[in-house]
Design a protein around this ligand. Structure first.
Ligand SMILES: [Zn+2]
Ligand SMILES: [Zn+2]
Length: 643
């Protein structure tokens, strides 16, 4: 037999016989690794260790030490769930049960399940783990597979769609249970250290509202009980910080059924924060040489046809008929900005041209997918579009990354960065892709940022850099992207006059610093647990008079601190209660004044961390507030040195 070569993570080639599996390759590297092999990652896809390799495959061997091991374990836990469910509710029909970022789910039907039923199923799952059943992969021919699922239209659907071309299908068996599945799985149910069923929700078959409603059961699994405990604690904390809950408690925003789903209404507290965010981004943009522009919410669909959005996004667009002409709410700001660029003639010396706009966009997500501020119908992108010469890409990207990282730093968020490269289907010449990717890589390498490569994950019109926010709880959220675009300048026939007096096409760069305000606001609410930094806080200082006698003095102080958002607590409560209330409202500073303070013309200051200082002069406090506002520190720090 002839040999094939596979490529290992360090770039070396390993020669194996044709038909060799992931496990064979692992044994070829070393017998220890061969024995420890749980699964493989072939060309980026997690697969069973018995999967045959092809020539040129990228191969990663997965053992119980690999990051992917938890995915494998959780998928096996999903099977254990399905087995337990069928033991207790034999009428249940199974559909799909994948692993997720923090556990697994299984969509089932023909069974009535409530939250209270989960405990019994979980007990049964623990029994199955105790039984330590071997998990075995079995190949079954198509006819037999279809017969097995004579009563299950969903599994038959999978056989006819995803597995249409396969004559042999893999099933995984454990004890009396079997499931059509590509795997991979752990060796036996006993390997699963800890399981927990979390909650139930509704789902649609294939995620489509037109299809049958299914019951989705979420769960998670870990190698050990202590890992599970840690996860559950974190989950509790995340629930406490849920932006929908805090949004209501702190009067930040509301989503009202009467005004429409996915259409957030910002209350004054929320709007104050958004305004601070907008001012901050605007200043960064102006400093970086951007020019402000503005576009309307509505365009003729001619524009969307020209940009190509109509073809690809028409199902997600809100369309209107105006005097027999079709208009659409804008799902993106780019075509508007490209049209603005096109109003003037440009020379190579004028480039780069940089536009920015806080542009409201509208995208019709499925109603079932809408959630708080994370999935909405209307949102505002802090959108920037640059029109640059190909030789300017590197400098411009450098500047943009600098600005994005400044934003991460200001909010105390960690960044996770990835470069997404040319996909199989793409527009633009080999030369321009090569040049663009090389420049993006050079910028990232020079910046010293740790970044991953998402091979083939770029847009069809250009490569991009994706940033994810990592918040205080270590969770990851989609953040801003920097995207090169060779397509839209072509569709809009954008040009500039080169040094050679000929017309040339600029490259367009799409970028944001926050992404969308809605998503970023959500991240900040949860990241700060509602304790916004001083500069963002909707109410920055609350004056607490000890008795009504100090009301006049309190009003004088409010006036003297008039550059800031200062309220007076005027309810006739005890001081203790006033302090607790300010603490609940997460006000950064409390100014406490009684008869002594009034007489001395001073104040007492207390912060959210319960630090206190007496006999403070109003001037010293006010000066500090100015510097704290300008420095945009994440925590109040006037009293930091007093501890
Ligand atoms: Zn499976
Ligand atoms: Zn854009």
């Amino acid at each position: 037999m002839s040999d094939i070569a596979v490529i290992l993570p360090d770039g070396t080639e390993l020669s194996v016989e044709e038909g060799a599996t992931v496990r064979d390759a692992a044994f070829a590297i070393g017998p220890g690794l061969g024995k420890d092999t749980v699964a493989g990652v072939v060309d980026g896809e997690l697969v069973d260790k018995e999967t045959p390799l092809h020539d040129g495959a990228d191969l990663v061997i997965v053992t119980d030490q690999s990051d992917e091991y938890l995915d494998v374990l959780r998928h096996s836990a999903a099977h254990v769930f399905a087995q337990a469910l069928q033991r207790l509710h034999p009428e249940a029909k199974l559909t799909i049960g994948p692993w997720t970022d923090d556990g697994f789910y299984y969509d089932v039907t023909s069974v009535d399940l409530e939250q209270e039923d989960l405990e019994a199923i979980e007990d049964e799952m623990r029994d199955i783990i105790e039984e330590d059943l071997d998990i075995e992969r079995v190949l079954v021919d198509r006819e037999e597979a279809l017969e097995k699922y004579a009563d299950n239209p969903y599994k038959r659907d999978i056989l006819e769609e995803e597995a249409a071309g396969d004559d042999e299908l893999s099933f995984y068996q454990q004890g009396e249970f079997e499931d059509l599945c590509k795997g991979p799985h752990v060796e036996s149910t006993g390997e699963i250290g800890a399981v927990k069923l979390l909650n139930i929700s509704a789902a649609y078959w294939r995620g489509d509202e037109e299809n049958d409603t299914l019951t989705r059961v979420y769960g998670t699994a870990f190698e050990s009980e202590s890992d599970l405990e840690e996860f559950l604690d974190m989950r509790e904390e995340a629930k406490e910080r849920d932006h929908r809950k805090l949004g209501q408690e702190l009067n930040l925003f509301a989503i009202d059924e009467t005004t429409g789903p996915g259409l957030p209404l910002y209350q004054p507290n929320g709007k104050r924060i958004l305004d601070e965010l907008a001012d901050y981004a605007k200043q960064l943009n102006l400093d970086a040489g951007y020019d402000p522009v503005e576009t309307p919410h509505l365009f003729r669909t001619e524009l969307w046809k020209k940009s190509g959005h109509y073809e690809n996004y028409v199902d997600d667009m809100f369309l209107l008929d105006v005097n027999d002409e079709e208009y659409g709410l804008k799902p993106m700001n780019c075509p508007g900005h490209a049209t603005i660029f096109d109003q003037q003639s440009w020379s190579y010396r004028d480039l780069p041209v940089r536009y920015f706009e806080d542009g409201k966009v509208y995208r019709k997500e499925q109603r079932g997918e809408l959630s708080g501020l994370s999935r909405v119908w209307s949102f505002t992108i802090d959108d920037g579009h640059l029109f640059v010469r190909p030789d300017q890409i590197e400098d411009e990207i450098n500047l943009i990354i600098d600005n994005i990282l400044t934003v991460f730093d200001t909010f105390g968020l960690d960044a996770e960065v990835a470069l997404a490269t040319r996909p199989e289907k793409s527009v633009g010449s080999d030369e321009i892709w090569e040049q663009a990717e090389t420049q993006l890589r050079a910028v990232l390498d020079d910046s010293g940022i740790d970044y991953g490569i998402e091979a083939g994950d770029g847009a069809f019109y250009g490569p991009k850099i994706d940033f994810a926010f990592k918040d205080a709880l270590g969770r990851k959220w989609d953040g801003p992207t920097v995207q090169l675009d060779f397509n839209m300048p072509d569709r809009f026939d954008l040009t500039y006059t080169g040094e050679d007096n000929e017309d040339h096409q600029p490259v367009m760069i799409h970028r944001a610093l926050y992404g969308s305000y809605e998503r970023f606001f959500m991240v900040l609410i949860e990241h700060f647990n509602g304790k916004f930094p001083f500069w963002l806080a909707p109410e920055q200082v609350r004056i607490l008079p000890i008795s009504d006698d100090q009301m006049g003095y309190a009003k004088k102080l409010q006036y003297e601190l008039g550059d800031f958002r200062v309220d007076i607590e005027d309810r006739s409560w005890t001081l203790g209660r006033k302090i607790r209330e300010a603490q609940t409202d997460r006000v950064p500073y409390m100014v406490i004044v009684g008869g002594d303070e009034e007489e001395a013309g001073t104040i007492s200051v207390r912060d959210r961390k319960e630090r206190e200082a007496k006999d403070v002069s109003v001037e010293a406090f006010r000066d500090h507030l100015h510097s704290e506002y300008d420095k945009k520190r994440p925590e109040p720090d006037f009293l930091a040195d007093e501890e």
